[in-house]
Design a protein around this ligand. Structure first.
Ligand SMILES: *Cc1c(COP(=O)(O)O)cnc(C)c1O
Length: 379
């Protein structure tokens, strides 16, 4: 084992990050909503076509803003997949909503839209689809059910920036959506996020919630001559130094996405035959979805094989990892009233899924080493 270790993730720099950080410092305004923040906002508004974009300190915080905007009261419910990051339910739980877990589809690993009807109650206020691996949830069906029952749709699009569903960008399909720029995501600034608003009726209040409950943004636009406390809120603005870093990555998006597509395609091409022979499943992307090339996973035939594959790759100095532990089985899930048998597909998939190293700068030589190691697992 004398080969270099291949990590699961590596933050990648595209060139101009340091230039823009220096520029942000030279601009003399390093708190939030400076020149780079405005550029990032304009980018999302123009490029994705959302009504309004707000950078936040994380995706978790963008989801918290969404929760505040929806005005949950005690007993109000939000439907989230069990197969997701803890922030999806946590952000809502912190703001009085009770998370209700929905199982996933066996193919895309996204929320199973056919189960939603059975979970919606008069207390349901929102459904939060998570576009797992940047592959779109069945947004037409989810949108129809939500509209018929008067429930809001908030997309957790932490993994799906630039992915599309039926030709439309993910994150533009619910009344709002949340992005993450955590170091593990395609486009990053270390820690960061954004709330994208599609329904303009939420814009004014979002601006206030993001500015600690004040109408400070109106002061800067010259609409009022002093600012005051008008609503609840918190501190959700990232420093313009981080926005500079982020803007450099957004400018390099074509190159980043091409690199990630190359990485994904290499794995898929080189493992397809092997996977077919050993009942291993590779990612499924429906024809009507364009994925964001966020990750590459395999679903092994059993939990034992998954554990053994992680150990086997580790012995080859390759870091492969499992993913979400079902939230309905967690300690907190149980406190919320979830039962062990609630989401059987989530439980099964969670036991068998393994993610391979995936980052922009992963070389073909490294991928060849990884694919060889994977294929040598079954003797
Ligand atoms: C990464 C991730 C988050 C959290 O993002 P932060 O920016 O770290 O708060 C939330 N939901 C999903 C689905 C994620 O993948």
């Amino acid at each position: 084992m004398n080969q270099d270790r291949i990590p699961f993730n590596k933050p990648c720099f595209e060139g101009k990050e340091l230039v823009y950080i220096a520029q942000a410092i030279n601009n003399g305004l390093i708190s939030g909503d400076g020149a780079y923040t405005k550029r990032c906002h304009a980018f999302f508004e123009r490029h994705l076509g959302v009504s309004r974009a707000f950078l936040t300190t994380s995706c978790t915080h963008a989801l918290e803003m969404a929760a505040i905007l929806l005005d949950f009261g005690p007993g109000d419910e939000v439907i989230v997949p069990s197969f997701t990051f803890v922030s999806t339910p946590n952000a809502f739980l912190l703001h009085k909503a009770k998370p209700v877990f929905v199982d996933i589809r066996d193919d895309t690993l996204n929320m199973d839209e056919s189960l939603l009807e059975g979970l919606i109650t008069p207390r349901t206020k929102a459904i939060v689809p998570v576009h797992y691996a940047g592959v779109g949830c069945e947004m037409d069906a989810i949108g129809e059910i939500a509209a018929a029952r008067g429930v809001a749709v908030i997309e957790d699009n932490a993994q799906g920036l630039f992915g599309k569903y039926k030709g439309e960008f993910l994150g533009t399909l619910g009344c709002m959506s949340a992005l993450s720029f955590h170091e593990t995501k395609n486009i990053t600034c270390g820690e960061g996020g954004a709330l994208l608003i599609n329904d303009p009726s939420y814009i004014e209040r979002a601006e206030i919630i993001r500015e600690k409950g004040t109408n400070r943004s109106r002061l800067f636009r010259g609409e009022v001559d002093k600012y005051t406390w008008v609503d609840v809120g918190s501190s959700y603005l990232p420093s313009d130094i981080l926005a500079g870093f982020l803007y450099a990555q957004l400018e390099a998006r074509t190159q980043i996405q091409q690199q990630r597509q190359r990485v994904w395609q290499y794995y898929n091409d080189s493992l397809k035959d092997w996977a077919g022979r050993h009942s291993v499943r590779l990612p499924y992307v429906p024809d009507h979805c364009e994925q964001s090339y966020h990750m590459f996973y395999m679903i092994m035939p059993s939990h034992e094989d998954r554990q053994a594959m992680i150990a086997h790759l580790k012995s080859e100095n390759i870091q492969a990892v499992f993913h979400y532990l079902p939230l309905h089985l967690s300690e907190m899930g149980a406190k919320l009233g979830a039962k062990a048998g609630d989401c059987p597909v989530t439980t099964d998939i969670s036991d068998r899924l393994i993610r391979l190293p995936f980052f922009n700068e992963l070389t073909e030589a490294e991928q060849e080493r990884i694919a060889d190691a994977v294929r040598s697992f079954y003797k």
